[in-house]
Every structure is written in C-alpha cells, then in structure tokens.
Design a protein around this ligand. Structure first.
Ligand SMILES: Cc1ncc(COP(=O)(O)O)c(C=O)c1O
Length: 431
C-alpha cells in the first residue's frame, strides 16, 4: 500500500500547523515542555478555543427568532450536519447526532437505547480492550435486560480483535457487538469493516457500536463503509474543547424510543438548550482539517478537503510513528534503546495510530513519568491498578502497566528526537 512508512509534512508546513495550537511548546507557568499525552486530551486549536469563547459572549437563546438567535441556531444545525456528513461520512439526512457532556455519556446512552429497545436476543459481545465507558455500559445494561455478556479477546500476535474471535462469539442471538475503532493504549486500529462483515454474516440484524474516541483524531471515520450503528468521539481529544461528547446513530437506532421532549421529531436527541459554542469550536476544527486537505488537493468540496486532511494527518503521524520506533542513525528509536520494553509493537506501521506503549527496565512507571516531567516531557502512565486501564494493560500483556507516549500530527521529528534522547538517557541510568 502507498506510503507504508507514512509521509512527513514539510518542516515549514508542520511548524505553521503547530503555531495554530495553544501552548504547543511551553506551559505558561512551568515553561518549555513537549506535550506527548495527546491521547489523554490533545493540544488545543486556538481557533476552536476562540470560537467557543466568542459565541459564549452572546446571551441570546438559540430558540428565538431574532437575527442573533437564528445565527446561534444555524451554528448548531450546520455543526450537526458537518459532523455527521464530513466526520462520520453519513449520507445527508441519514442518522442522527447525539450530544452529551462527555463521550462516556454518549456511550452509556447508545448502549441503553439499543439494549432496551431491542426485544430479541440473549447476548452481547464486547471487546476486552474497551475503555470502561464501553465495557461497563455493556455489563450494566446486560444485567438490566437479562442478557449474557461475552468478552472478545485480542490476538496477542497483532493486538487485533480478529474476525475469528468475532465468529467464535457472535451468534443469531447476539443483539449487539461493541468494538472500539482503535485502542487508546496500544494504538492498534481495528479492521472494523471486516469485523462488521463477519458479524453480519452470522447475524444480519446485529447492532454494532464502536468507540472512536481514540481513533477519530487520527483517521477519518466511516459509518457508510462499515454500517456501524453507533459511534462516538470526544472533541477535547480532537483539537477541540472539553465539556461535550458527540455520537452518530444510524437511522434504525435514531428512530428508537429515547429521552426527548415528546413533541419533537423522532430523530431529535437534543434535550434542553444546545450549546452553540461547542458546535462553533468543532466547526473550527473541521475548517482546520479541511485547510490541511487544501494544502494537498484542489477542491471546492469541504467534505472532500476534510477527508483528505484526515488522510494527510494519518500519513504524517505514521511517519512520526516510524521515527519514534526506529529512530535515525543519530538517535535510536524505542525499538533500539537498551532497557526499553515495547508492548504490542507489531512489525507493520499501517493499521496503527500514533501511540507508543512501553516500560523501561528497572524503574516503575509512576517514577518514570516524574523523570520525564522533570526533563520537560509530558507522557502518561497507564497503570496496572487504575480503574481506567487495569483490564486493558493486562489484555496486552503488560501486567506492570505501561507508559503511553502519544504525539500528534502538528509536532515534528525534532519533538520525537528530543523525547528519544531523554528516553535513552533515563534507560542508560537504570540499565
Ligand atoms: C477510547 C476512549 N473511549 C472513551 C473515553 C472517555 O472519554 P470521556 O472521558 O470524554 O468521556 C476515553 C477517554 O480517555 C477513551 O480514551
């Protein structure tokens, strides 16, 4: 396949993108640092923060009929359309957008709606890799609706939930399958097209849910190609703002009974006054990605530009992943630093998001995070005793937890090299 080792943005372009983010190279209080915990919440696009702040200045209710109010309502409508059509690749008018305060809330809602409305079926399949919001919501509503919960495990050779595993667990009585689009700890991208196909060959009626919170900022989502019924993302991990979570719902799920004002249309999921500022922030993110697309192709079609932008982000990030793992002649990558133990490091660079997941022999992961922070590098510990990561690190064979390093597309090879040099220095001290 083309660009199996990715394709770096040229340096000027990469730096011009980084300049569009807040505090990209320094924290205003603690000073210079390289932020490599983007999977925990990405660097914030200035335009998104500013768009939200600008909209919040207006007191007008978006449900009135004067000019300012209509402007605010228009923002919600346009933001909804752009998210569904550009980000999720839904057909115009197809499906619905769910809005909540967090991605976890959308997940619990989606799972509840499906499992309470569907009257047939005796079991639900969920992957062991899921974030607790997806895993626990399945467990909770299986208990409430009297269904068996079946857990799909990864293939330890490649970190994937394979179609064989899906075929082992899904049957005619499987109401719902929930598999995340990419792991937030290993960065391994699931082959959702193949997973959905395999599940539907066994049970054409099955509902498929996918948590795209980790994956969405790295590669374009596509509900049309997969036929996924419910898929969510979190704007704060996608260059945007905190305090909201969004999800796509397929036409058949959108028509299911759910919490709403009864007089509203069946596909309305909005409950209470919407927050136009959040939609404005997400539209600023969409514009930014479309601008990246426009750097590479000529088109008047914003959706095409957005999707090309995501494609270019992915290629830039794949090239950074190669650098992170392989390094250069001058700066060895994680694969080549004595004392570094990588987890779920499959040979191929395709089918992975930009995450490295590792430990350094001789030092506990919490101490290691402190060592990095003292050197101006922010990485994250995915601990073996944390309620968020315990089940998942065990699933990938990392019983002592891991360090997760997650750069993003606007960062450069210089950021990765600086991280690698510090890693080598720490590893040399303990090994
Ligand atoms: C894969 C994945 N799903 C869901 C979530 C939950 O997102 P939120 O905390 O915004 O609800 C996270 C957050 O870390 C995540 O990484």
């Amino acid at each position: 396949m083309a660009y199996e080792k990715g394709l770096l943005f040229d340096k000027d372009f990469q730096e011009s993108l980084k300049a569009k983010f807040c505090y990209a190279d320094a924290d205003p209080k603690t000073g210079k640092r390289i932020f490599l915990d983007n999977s925990g919440g990405s660097l914030r696009l200035k335009a998104a923060v500013e768009a939200k702040a600008a909209v919040e200045e207006y007191p007008d209710c978006p449900e009135r009929y004067h000019e300012r109010s209509l402007w605010l309502k228009g923002m919600v409508n346009e933001g909804t359309r752009e998210m569904l059509e550009y980000m999720f690749n839904a057909d115009p008018g197809e499906g619905a957008l769910m809005t909540e305060l967090s991605a976890s809330q959308t997940m619990f809602q989606m799972v509840e709606i499906i499992l309470r409305n569907v009257k047939w079926g005796k079991n639900v399949v969920v992957s062991a890799l899921e974030h607790p919001s997806a895993f626990d919501s399945v467990q909770y509503y299986c208990e409430k609706t009297g269904r068996e919960m079946r857990v799909a495990h990864i293939d330890p050779a490649n970190g994937q939930i394979t179609t064989d595993e899906i075929k082992r667990l899904v049957d005619k009585d499987t109401v719902m399958l929930s598999v995340m689009s990419a792991s937030n700890i290993s960065g391994i991208v699931m082959d959702m097209e193949a997973i959905c196909k395999a599940a539907r060959e066994i049970n054409p009626k099955i509902y498929i849910v996918s948590d795209a919170v980790q994956h969405a900022p790295h590669m374009a989502m596509d509900v049309k190609a997969t036929g996924i019924d419910a898929m969510n993302f979190a704007p704060y991990k996608f260059f945007g703002v905190r305090g909201c979570g969004y999800a796509y719902l397929s036409e058949r799920v959108a028509h299911m009974s759910h919490h709403k004002l009864l007089a509203k249309d069946p596909k309305v999921f909005e409950l209470g006054t919407p927050a136009p500022g959040n939609f404005a922030a997400m539209m600023a993110v969409i514009d930014y990605v479309a601008e990246i697309g426009a750097h590479f192709i000529k088109s008047e079609d914003k959706k095409e530009l957005f999707r090309e932008g995501m494609n270019r982000i992915h290629l830039q990030e794949r090239a950074l992943l190669v650098r992170l793992l392989e390094g250069t002649d001058e700066v060895p990558g994680l694969r080549h630093i004595p004392g570094v133990q990588l987890y779920m490091d499959v040979d191929e660079f395709e089918g992975r998001d930009l995450i490295g997941c590792y430990l350094i022999n001789g030092i506990a992961s919490d101490k290691l995070v402190e060592e990095y922070q003292a050197k101006g590098i922010t990485v994250c510990e995915r601990a073996a005793d944390s309620l968020y990561s315990k089940r998942i690190v065990k699933e990938i064979g990392a019983d002592k937890g891991v360090i997760r390093v997650s750069p993003m597309h606007c960062q450069g090879t210089d950021d990765v090299d600086a991280f690698l040099k510090i890693t080598a220095e720490i590893a040399a001290r303990y090994n």
